[in-house]
Design a protein around this ligand. Sequence first.
Ligand code: CMC
Length: 425
Amino acid sequence: MSEKKAHLTIDGKEGGIDLPIRSGTLGPDVVDVASLTANGMFTYDPGFVSTASCESKITFIDGAKGVLLHRGYPIEQLAEKSDYLETAYLLMNGELPSAAEKDKYVNTILNHTMVHESIVNFFKGFRYDAHPMAMMCGVVGALASFYHDSLDITDPEHRRISADRLIAKMPTLAAMCYKHSKGQPFMYPDNSLSYSENFLHMMFGTPTQPSKIDPIVAKAMDIIFLLHADHEQNASTSTVRLAGSSGANPFACISSGIAALWGPAHGGANEAVLNMLQEIGSVDRIGEYVKKAKDKNDPFRLMGFGHRVYKNFDPRSRVMQGICDQVLGAMGAENDPLLQIAKKLEQIALEDEYFVEKKLYPNVDFYSGIIMKAIGIPTDMFTVIFATGRTAGWIAHWNEMISNPYKIGRPRQLYTGYEKRDYPA
Ligand code: CMC
C-alpha cells in the first residue's frame, strides 16, 4: 500500500520526521502531526487557519468555489426541496428520512416542544432588558437539570432523546426570551403547526389575539433555520465539540455553543449588520463607511462581509438574497430605507478594489437581518434565531464525536512568559 508522507526536517538536522498524509473524500489532504509531540514539538496555528481539528462526515465546504454540502447534498437543493426538520434529521442520521421516518421524526419533535413549567421561574429572574442571548445561555444550560433520565452520553438512545429535546425546545425558549422582554405572557406551543409556524405563533401570538401566520413568512423562517443548520467546524461548533470532549452533558455543550455564537465576528454579525445599516442611516453616507472599513487604522469593518472559509459568494447568501426579495415584496417593504442602503452597500463593496482583492463577499448574515427585520423580529433576537437553526448542526457534531473514539480536546501553547523566577524575599 503506498502511503503519502510529509517529511519534516528540523533546523536542517539529518533524519527528520515522517508525518502521514491523510486524504478525505473531498477537500485538501491533511498532514497528521499527532506524532510530533513524541519528538518534543508542537504545531503552532493561532485561529486554526491551517488546522483540521477533527474528522467528520457531516458537512463539506469548498470556500474557493462557494460550495456547501450537508451529507453530500448541496445547500441550494436542500433550501429548495427540503425543510429544516428534514435537514436536521439528515445532519444527525446521515441519510434523508423516508416519508414514514420523516412523519415519525416531525411528530417526535412536536411532542417535545413544551418546556418544563419551572423554566418560567428562570425567566422571572432576568431583568426585562436582558439580552436574549444571555437568557438563552442560561436557560438552555438549565435544561440539563430537568432531564436526568437521559444524560448518559454513552447511551445512543439517551443522546437521541437529548438531541430531539434540544431541537424541539429551542424555538420555544427563543420565543420566551422575546415575550419576557415585551412583558407579554408566554405562549405555549401549538402542535398543529409546523416548526416555523409554531415559532412565529409563540413569538407574535398572544392569548387574546392568535397570530396570523403568512405562509411566505413561515417558509422564509424555515429557510432561515435551514440555511443556518450547520457549517462544519466553525467557532461555535468547535466550542460544542471541545466542551463535549470533556464528557459534559449535551445541554451544557449547546449552551457553550450559544455563548461562542454570540460574538459579532460569528453569529452576532446579523445583529451588527442591522445596527451598522441604521448607523449609516442614508445612502449618501455609504462612501464614508466604506472608507472607514478600508482604513487600517480604523477598527470598523463592514458587518456581513467576509468569511474565514468563503473566498467567493457564500452559497447561503444567494438563497437568502432570493428570500429577502420575496419577503419584502410580500410585505410591501421593497422601499424600506435600510434595504436601499443594504443594496447600495452590496453593489459598492462588490465593485470596490479593496473588497474584490480581499475576496470579501456578502455573507449569510448580510441578508438574514434584513428579512428578520421585515418579519418584525427585533434586532437582538437575530442571533437567537441563528442559534435555533444551528442547534441541529451542533448536536449532530456532538453526537458524531461521542459515537466515535475521541480524546478530550486539550491544545498546547507557545509559552512566551517569564522563565522560572523566585518569589521576592
Ligand atoms: N470589512 C473590512 N475589511 C475586512 C472585513 C470586513 N468585513 N473582513 C475582513 N477584512 C479584511 C481584514 O482587515 C484583513 O485585511 P488585511 O489582510 O489587510 O489585514 C483581511 O480582510 C482578512 O481578514 P481577516 O480578519 O484576517 O479574515 P478572517 O478570516 O480572520 O475573518 C471574519 C473572517 C468573518 C471574522 C471577517 O471577515 C469579519 O470580521 N467580517 C465581519 C463580521 C461578519 O460579517 N461575520 C459573520 C461571518 S459569517 C457568519 C458566521 O459564520 O458566523
